[in-house]
Design a protein around this ligand. Structure first.
Ligand SMILES: [Zn+2]
Length: 441
């Protein structure tokens, strides 16, 4: 049988079935899909391919899914550090956004972010930002898979002035990209403290009608809980529950403040939780109880959050932080392991996004979103267990190749659809403009 690409690898870690590592296996790709995963010997007998690769020192894993970020904020990386969330937002990020955000900023920032994500093995990201049409356009052009958040916030911005306008523009973006196989959309109400009851009710209804997810920051800090109790007389999750938002459509980001009854409710209603450990640590927002969520069979995935609060978009680093932090918080080194951690960053992310039929594992019939890591390096030898090396000892240096929908976007560490030198030069131009010039004036 004639196929497009046959990739032989020393190890293949498919995520489905669980806890599995194949040795000397191959992935067969035709068009945008994986059509077989089998031993290299059998693959050579069964297929002839246009391109055949032998990666004798590499492990293949499913493309990593960054389940929460604000890609364009890569241009704000490092402008305000070492502050608590509300000071960071009110006195630095929101003034900077008010001054600089426009379609060009979003396009340039998104390109820079995609380059960084590809170089660290991310093949899909769940975004929340202004000018989502610009984000989607860049992803489609580069060949990056993304879930584009249709942002809603009760603040006038250059993108929209009122909740009506945010919703109308969001629906337009949804319609514009609905036939693009790499792009999906979700409503993205910013947070309980920035979106009104009326808007949230409408979002719950519209998400059903359009059959799309809802992506929202929830229970990020204890201040958020206190503010909600003062303003509404209830905790944010209770309020969202009454407004009809808690369901398997909801992608709840952060969730550092959870009581026992809330964990039970989240489990019962099938809400997915995105853990963003490095952002939570940097802003000292609190700790998501990942071990306890695992014990309750809640779908937990991993996100980097934006580059202004992390400050990188590196899912390999985020996986390591997530698993180490989970063990520390639970005071139990067995509450997380390397396979569970990779699953959080792949299949669980796909499930949260409603895309687990097509991405999240290396399985026949799924999209060919694949990452190759070269483990024949100083930092990853000797090698007793490949996934242990990936989770606990690798960084971006190990990522050599990345495919999305069967297309190779990173080849021997070189970006194919983006120009690194141009991205660096352009980011420097933004740096000169933004530097010392993001305050309220
Ligand atoms: Zn965020």
């Amino acid at each position: 049988m004639k196929i497009d690409t046959l990739i032989h690898a020393r190890w293949i870690i498919p995520v489905e079935p669980e806890n599995t590592v194949y040795e000397n296996y191959a992935l067969a790709i035709k068009n945008d899909k994986i059509i077989a995963l089998l031993s290299s010997d059998d693959a050579r007998k069964k297929f002839t391919s246009t391109e055949e690769l032998v990666l004798e020192h590499h492990a293949l894993i499913p493309g990593l899914i960054n389940a929460h970020t604000h890609a364009a904020m890569s241009l704000f990386r490092g402008i305000a550090n070492d502050l608590p969330l509300m000071d960071w937002l009110n006195n630095h990020i929101w003034p900077a956004e008010k001054k600089w955000i426009d379609p060009q900023f979003v396009k340039d920032g998104t390109k820079l972010a995609i380059a960084e994500m590809l170089r660290s093995g991310t093949t899909c990201f769940n975004d929340m930002y202004f000018f989502p049409d610009s984000t989607a356009e860049i992803c489609a052009g580069v060949g990056m898979r993304a879930m584009i958040g249709l942002i809603i916030i009760d603040l006038p911005t250059l993108w929209a002035n009122s909740s009506d306008e945010y919703l109308a523009k969001g629906e337009y973006v949804h319609d514009s990209f609905r036939h693009n196989p790499l792009i999906s959309t979700a409503f993205a109400p910013h947070a309980p403290y920035t979106v009104s009851d009326d808007s949230l009710k409408r979002i719950a209804v519209l998400a059903e009608e359009l059959d799309i997810q809802i992506h929202m920051h929830i229970h990020e800090t204890s201040d958020e809980i206190n503010q909600s109790i003062n303003q509404y007389g209830k905790r944010p999750l209770d309020r969202l529950s009454e407004l009809g938002l808690l369901s398997s459509r909801l992608i709840a980001v952060h969730m550092t403040q959870l009581e026992k009854n809330e964990i039970a409710k989240v489990r019962k209603l099938g809400v997915s939780i995105v853990h963003c450990p490095e952002s939570n640590l940097k802003l000292a927002s609190g700790f998501c109880p990942v071990g306890e969520l695992h014990d309750n069979n809640i779908n937990v995935c991993i996100g980097t959050d934006g580059a202004a609060s992390n400050n990188d978009l590196d899912m390999l680093g985020e996986m390591r932080t997530a698993t180490l932090l989970a063990k520390g918080i639970a005071n139990d080194s067995t509450c997380s392991d390397v396979h569970k951690t990779l699953k959080m960053a792949t299949l669980n992310g796909a499930k949260a996004l409603g895309l687990s039929e097509s991405i999240g594992s290396l399985k026949k019939g799924k999209q060919a979103d694949i990452v190759a890591l070269n483990l024949n390096q100083l930092e990853t030898t000797p090698l007793y267990e490949p996934l242990s090396q990936i989770i606990y000892a690798s960084d971006r240096q190990q990522v050599s190749d990345v495919w999305i929908a069967g297309k190779r976007l990173l080849k021997d560490k070189k970006l194919i659809t983006l120009n690194s030198e141009e991205l660096i030069e352009n980011a420097k131009l933004w740096q000169e403009k933004i530097k010392n010039n993001y305050s309220k004036n």
